[in-house]
Write a protein that binds this ligand. Structure first.
Ligand code: HEC
Ligand code: HEC
Length: 195
C-alpha cells in the first residue's frame, strides 16, 4: 500500500490509504452514482471530515458521561501510550491532534467506530499512529531538550503531517498560506519550532 500511493502523494492528499469502507453516513461528495472512477477516490473535504469526527466525538462523550475527568487509561480499555491525560482530553486529542492533523476521520484508525468500538487494534493505521506517538514523545522529551533545554519547542502530528495522512515530501513546496490549495493555518500548538 505504501508504494502505490507514494507517487500520488506528491500531488496532494492520497486516497490510496483511505478507509476500506466508509461509514453509512459518509459525506455526499463520494461519487453519487455510476461507477467510481479508477484510481484514488476523491477525498472528502476538510469540512465534511470535521462533521464526521464531531459525530463520533459526541458519541464517545455520551458514553463516558460522568467519567470525563478520570484518567483516560482507566476509562478506556486499550490505552497503551497516551498516559497522564483525562478521558475528555484523549477525545479532544483524537479529533484535533490526530484527525485534523492527518485530514482523516475517526474510522481511518478505528474501523469499528460505527459500532462504537474504539478499543480494537485491527487497523494497521491505528498501530502506526501508536508508533508515531512514541516517536513524537521521543523527539519532544529526549531529543529537542538537548538543543533547547529551556522552553523546549514541541512537534505535533501536524508539524509533519500538515493535514495529510502522508506528509508532503521534502522536495514539495507547499502553496503559500492563504493561496488556493494552501494548507490551513495550523492551530497555535502546531507551530514548528521557530528558534
Ligand atoms: C491517526 C489515527 C487515529 C485517529 C484518526 C483517531 N484515533 Fe482514536 N486512537 C488512536 C490510537 C493509536 C489510540 C490508542 C492510544 C494508546 O494506545 O495510547 C486511540 C484510542 C482511542 C480511544 C480509546 C479506546 C479504548 O477503549 O481504548 C477512543 C475512545 C478514541 N481513540 C476515539 C477516537 C475518536 C472519537 C476519533 C475521531 C474524532 C479518533 N479516535 C481518531 C488513533 C486514532
Ligand atoms: C517527525 C515527523 C512526523 C511526526 C511528528 C508524526 N508523523 Fe506520522 N508519519 C510521518 C511520516 C514521514 C510518515 C510516512 C508517510 C508515508 O508513507 O509517506 C508518517 C506516517 C503516518 C501514518 C501512516 C499513514 C499512511 O497513510 O501510511 C500515520 C497513521 C501517522 N503517521 C500518524 C501520526 C500521528 C497520529 C502523529 C502524532 C502523534 C504523527 N503521525 C506524527 C512523519 C511524522
Amino acid at each position: 500500500m505504501w508504494s502505490c500511493s507514494r507517487a500520488a502523494a506528491t500531488a496532494g492528499p492520497s486516497a490510496g490509504t483511505g478507509p476500506a469502507t466508509a461509514p453509512a453516513n459518509a459525506p455526499s461528495n463520494a461519487p453519487a452514482s455510476g461507477t467510481p472512477a479508477p484510481g484514488p477516490r476523491p477525498r472528502p473535504s476538510r469540512d465534511s471530515l470535521a462533521k464526521l469526527r464531531a459525530m463520533y466525538v459526541a458519541q464517545v462523550t455520551k458514553q463516558i458521561a460522568g467519567h470525563e475527568n478520570e484518567p483516560a487509561d482507566q476509562v478506556f480499555k486499550n490505552v497503551q501510550v497516551l498516559k497522564g491525560i483525562t478521558a475528555a482530553q484523549l477525545v479532544q486529542k483524537m479529533d484535533k491532534d490526530f484527525g485534523e492533523a492527518l485530514g482523516w476521520s475517526c474510522t481511518n484508525c478505528h474501523r469499528f467506530a460505527p459500532q462504537g468500538n474504539f478499543a480494537s487494534d485491527t487497523s494497521t493505521d491505528k498501530k502506526r499512529a501508536r508508533f508515531m506517538i512514541t516517536m513524537m514523545n521521543d523527539i519532544n522529551r529526549a531529543q529537542l531538550p538537548k538543543l533547547y533545554p529551556k522552553d523546549t519547542p514541541q512537534v505535533t502530528c501536524a508539524t509533519c503531517h500538515r493535514g495529510y495522512n502522508e506528509p508532503p515530501p521534502g522536495d514539495y513546496l507547499a502553496p503559500e498560506r492563504g493561496k488556493p490549495g494552501a494548507p490551513p493555518v495550523p492551530p497555535p500548538a502546531a507551530k514548528p519550532p521557530t528558534r
